[in-house]
Design a protein around this ligand. Structure first.
Ligand code: SAM
Length: 281
């Protein structure tokens, strides 16, 4: 597996020339929502940029041993949907870090509009060089980020370094399945050259090598298939699909990206996984 990702390729893939905040405002208006003061629920179809959206965030949250007042780190935080959702749910402080400048700017703006600036903040930066000293966070998570990162060993070592002893790491990720590579584009990469899917076993091994104890390691494939079926039913009834983040982010390539990722899921080329790991005390 290659060991380097190219930051410019990743940010160009996600930013697509800008204009995201304006597109989001239009989408909210079309939903009958005031874009200046949306609720987290109204934002959820758009700001949870991972498979199954807020349903997967809630499922991950149920596994997080987070307590009020703790400091959590969202690695690859996108436009901040998971960070705001979890900060409210746990009454925690969440710091997000993301490579894509525009995503961090939109994340800050939405955090302002939802009145959450005292509990959620965003930093532009690289998951492979976290700009914090050792042991400052109680928990950390990544949601659909590692597919962009070739060097899983360093990703997991960095997460381990910034966690306090006994701190936890939750992964809600997409792993490589048994079949061939997905067709591209997918929501996370324009081509195979920018996609770094690790198998579940490689992910587990990398976590252990970084010093984590793996407490839980599950495939969420059945949940993803059920969600896809529910989305198709909603569209067949003439409703909007429940999760619209890929359409918002990727515009004219969204349809192809969603088709390819659905096919990869059905054919077992990718495997969504949920992992809880802990740093030794
Ligand atoms: C599919 S989006 C998921 C965003 C967010 N986790 C969510 O679920 O809403 C992947 C995100 O990972 C970010 N990313 C990719 N590689 C990264 C890296 N090396 N360091 C920080 N962020 C990265 C991208 O900029 C993008 O925002």
């Amino acid at each position: 597996m290659p060991t380097n990702h190219d930051a410019a390729t990743i940010t160009a893939h996600y930013s697509r020339g800008g204009g995201l905040l304006e597109r989001l405002a239009q989408a909210l208006q079309d939903d009958g929502v005031d874009p200046q003061c949306p609720t987290l629920e109204q934002l959820a179809p758009y700001d949870q940029f991972h498979g199954r959206g807020v349903e997967a965030t809630e499922e991950a949250a149920a596994l997080m041993p987070a307590r009020p007042g703790e400091r959590l780190l969202d690695i690859g935080s996108g436009i901040g949907g998971p960070a705001r959702w979890l900060a409210r749910r746990f009454r925690c402080h969440v710091t997000g870090i993301d490579l894509t400048d525009e995503f961090c700017a939109v994340a800050r703006e939405l955090t302002q509009r939802t009145g959450m600036v005292s509990s959620v903040e965003f930093v532009v930066g690289d998951a492979l060089a976290l700009p914090w000293p050792d042991a400052g966070f109680d928990g950390a998570y990544t949601m659909n980020v590692s597919m962009n990162i070739a060097d899983k060993a360093r990703l997991h070592r960095e997460a381990h370094r910034v966690l306090r002893p006994g701190g936890w790491l939750l992964l809600s990720e997409i792993a490589r399945g048994a079949g061939p590579e997905p067709d591209y584009p997918t929501p996370w990469a324009a081509s195979a050259a920018a996609s770094f899917l690790a198998t579940p076993q490689q992910t587990r091994d990398s976590l252990v090598a970084a010093g984590f104890e793996v407490l839980r390691f599950e495939s969420t494939r059945e949940h993803a298939l059920a969600f896809a079926a529910r989305s198709r039913e909603a569209v067949a009834r003439g409703e909007k699909p429940p999760h619209r983040a890929v359409m918002l982010m990727h515009g004219d390539v969204a349809a192809a990206a969603m088709r390819n990722s659905a096919r990869a899921l059905f054919e077992g080329r990718v495997e969504p996984i949920e992992v809880l790991a802990r740093k030794a005390r």
